[in-house]
Structure formats: C-alpha cells, structure tokens
Write a protein that binds this ligand. Structure first.
Ligand code: ASP
Length: 439
C-alpha cells in the first residue's frame, strides 16, 4: 500500500500548520510521497507566497529594486524554519534566486520557488529525500505537459525511493527552463506523481473536509459529499465548484486511482472520495448542485429550420468565426438557442448577429442577457423516476421562472437556465427538496 499526499498552501502557511502536516504524514507509513504547495495565507488578509513572488519578479523585470520584497519572502520561510526548530539555511538559495531574478529568469521560475523552497523545508522536517520537480516533470517546446516523458523518468526515479518530497506546481522545458502549471497546479503534480508511482490512493489535503453538495455562500451549512465519481465531479467543477484543479483528475483517472480530499485542520473527517465508479448510492438522489451567472442566450428563428440541412452548423460557424465558445444549444422545430458567456460575447455580438444573417438567413434573432445556468448532478438520477418533476415543482413553488432545460443524455445532469436574479433562490429550492426534505 502506498499513498501520495498533497498539501495545499493553507496547510503549509506557518510552522504550526507544518506540524499538523508532519503528524498526518508520520501517522501512516504508507504516506510515502509528499507534494507541497507554497505557503498560503496565514490569516484572511495575508498574501500567498506565490503572489509575493510574482510581485517581486515584476519589479525585477522592470529593472526596479526588488530586494525588500525578496527579503519579506525569505522572512516567511525563515519563520517556518525557526518555528519547526530546523537548522537548515536557505541563504544560498536566496542568493541564487536574487541573481536569477536579475538575469530575468522569467515569472514561471519566480513563482515556482515557493514550492521549491517549501519542498526543501518539508524534506528536512520529515527526513524524506528531496526531488526537484524540474528533474522529473517535463513540458514540451510548446509548453504543454509531456505526460509520456514525465511518466517514464518519474516512475524510474521513484522505483527505489521509499519516501520523498516532490514540490508541486512546476517542471522543466526541454531547454531546462522552469515552467509552471496554471494556478493551483500542485494538485496536478500530486496526480502525476500518484500515476507514476502507481499508488493506491492520492490524498489531497486542504482546508475543507471535501466537497459540499452546494456552495456554502448560498446554502447555510450544506451537507458534504462522501463519494463522487470523476464524471460527476467534472460536471460540477465545470459549473464553478472549486476545490481541486480541474486537470488533476486525468492522470489518476486513467490508472483507476481514487482521490481522497481531506482537511488538514480536521484530519479525523473522512472527506470526499473521488472514484471512477461505485455501487455505493449517494445519500440523496442528487450528488451536488453548482452554477454560474453571466450568460446570454441568442435565440434564432427560421420557419422550416428543421428541414434545412446544415442550419445548425451555419449558426455555430458564426460563433466559431468570432472565437466564441458555446455552452448549450437547446432547439425547437423552428428555433435554435445558443447559450454563451456574456463577457465573451458582449463585445462581439453585432459581428455574430451579422454572421448568422449572412450564413443562415434567419427570420429573427433575439438576444437575452443576465442569465444563469445551474447544473443538478447525480449518478442516482438515472435510476430514480421523477427527478426532473421534483426539480421543476420546487422551482415553481419558489417562484422561479425556468428559461431553459437540458438533460444530458447520460442522465447524469440536468441543466437549468434562469434569470441571474433567481440564481440563489433556484439553488436553495433544489437543495431543500432533495437534501432537507428528502421528498
Ligand atoms: N502555489 C501555486 C498557486 O498559488 C500553486 C498551488 O498552490 O497549487 O497557485
């Protein structure tokens, strides 16, 4: 049995948090590969070390004096080292970083130092081997993650290495330059390490006890999700539920390795299990609800549209020509509606409308703005009759006008379009009917 354990920034923000992490790792000898983030916020108004590094490097790049900013970063790490009673020194590392900043090593290199230095501290604290991610995680010349090369080198490197710390968030380009994943990318590193080492579990430790059925800013004390499939999670994260970087599921999913989201501040909680498939029923018919505001619908009408071959393609071509992605395309006999992100569409709307006229010659086009989309997701919906009925009667009782309904053919989700102003009321109504009253 072996586990990869990834710790997020808030789990490593101070020496106190480091100690909790140390206890968690030492408590289970299967926790063999540790992937740390950079130190996060110690209190709400604090600044993450990654953000301090970006700001410091901006000064360096502009040719301004950045020593004060770099000293503040060094002080953050020194505070952790002192608090843990370690005798290591990062002085030489900081001299190197300063000289690389002067030589304009790039903002990716700068940002990656948070994870790199935290990894050195963590390895010393746990007495694990330190493996610099730049020697085992690779990107290609275009900057895309090179999965094959990484997996080959990393699995070989870990074969004879029982306990190691591998910093998250970065790797190296073919020319040796450091490159990072997008923000929150240490989650991705954890998943890559889990795949290469073929571990049994990827534990992702953060500051919440897993996923919640709904956003706690909308629902008071929402219930947690015990177990969720990768597919359900994809649906929910696409619609705005964030705990895990969305690219983090792919490497482990291919290998059938489950992810367990855990809380460093409440290690006794089981958290959420993310799995390929399960015969375990969720407690409720739905697994989760998520949504986003800020969509527009473009309604296109044309008599006999259903008989015109290629009509849908021509409409979508008008969006493609303007580099706009679409979300949903519900259609009727003589109408087709395209849902798009308002902020992407707003500035190009007249170009798109002209394009639709040119390509598809519609009878009328009508645009509606300030819409929200809500995804009700659950593997349990497939085997339960009346789910849609319950959703819509709950919405009717809450006085919410439903503008669009779209059930995915996998019966895993139902997407509902409502006005922005009805967004919160709609989520409350769906949560209440499935979770609180369990009707
Ligand atoms: N430290 C990086 C960030 O703040 C990466 C991570 O924490 O996963 O985005």
């Amino acid at each position: 049995m072996a586990k990869v354990v990834k710790f997020g920034g808030s789990s490593l923000a101070s020496a106190e948090q480091f100690k909790k992490v140390g206890d968690i790792v030492r408590q289970d000898e299967n926790r063999r590969y540790v992937v740390p983030s950079a130190p996060g916020k110690r209190f709400p108004k604090d600044t993450k070390v990654t953000d301090m590094l970006y700001a410091c490097y901006d000064l360096a790049e502009a040719g301004k004096d950045f020593r004060g900013e770099l000293e503040a970063i060094e002080a953050r790490f020194q505070e952790i080292i002192d608090g843990l009673g370690l005798s290591i020194s990062l002085t030489e590392e900081f001299q190197m970083i300063e000289s690389n900043f002067r030589e304009k090593a790039g903002s990716n290199y700068a940002a990656s130092r948070g994870e790199y230095l935290n990894g050195i501290i963590m390895a010393a604290y746990l007495d694990f081997e330190f493996i610099d991610a730049a020697t085992v995680i690779f990107f290609d010349n275009e900057g895309n993650f090179d999965a094959d090369r990484t997996n080959g080198v990393l699995s070989e490197r870990l074969k004879d290495c029982k306990y190691a710390v591998i910093p998250g968030f970065y790797g190296a380009m073919p020319d040796g330059r450091v490159k990072t994943f997008s923000r929150g990318g240490s989650d991705v590193t954890g998943s890559i390490v889990a795949k290469a080492a073929r571990v049994d579990v990827y534990e992702n430790w953060t500051d919440v006890s897993g996923f919640l059925i709904a956003d706690p800013r909308i629902i008071d004390n929402p219930k947690g999700i015990d177990i969720i499939t990768y597919r359900e999670l994809r649906e929910l994260s696409y619609m705005g539920a964030t705990v895990l970087h969305e690219d983090a599921i792919f490497p482990v999913r291919q290998e059938g390795i489950p992810i367990n989201i855990r809380n460093t501040n409440a290690p006794e909680d089981n958290g959420t299990w993310i799995v390929g498939s399960t015969c375990q029923k969720s407690k409720y018919v739905i697994t989760g609800i998520a949504g986003k505001k800020g969509f527009c619908s473009v309604n296109i009408e044309k008599d006999m549209m259903n008989a015109e071959i290629g009509f849908g393609r021509k409409i979508l071509q008008a969006f493609e020509e303007n580099n706009i992605s679409f979300e949903h395309v519900p259609s009727g006999i003589d109408t087709m509606t395209v849902y798009v992100h308002q902020d992407e569409f707003m500035h190009k709307e007249q170009k798109v409308v002209a394009g639709i006229h040119r390509l598809a010659k519609p009878d009328a086009i009508d645009i509606e703005s300030d819409l929200a989309l809500i995804a009700v997701v659950g593997r349990g919906m497939k085997s339960t009759r009346g789910t849609a009925g319950r959703i819509f009667s709950a919405l009717a009782h809450a006085n919410v006008n439903v503008k669009m309904i779209d059930q995915g053919s996998s019966e895993l989700n139902i997407i509902i379009g409502v006005a922005n102003e009805d967004f919160e009321a709609a989520i409350k109504a769906v949560y209440d009917i499935f979770v609180l009253t369990k009707l």
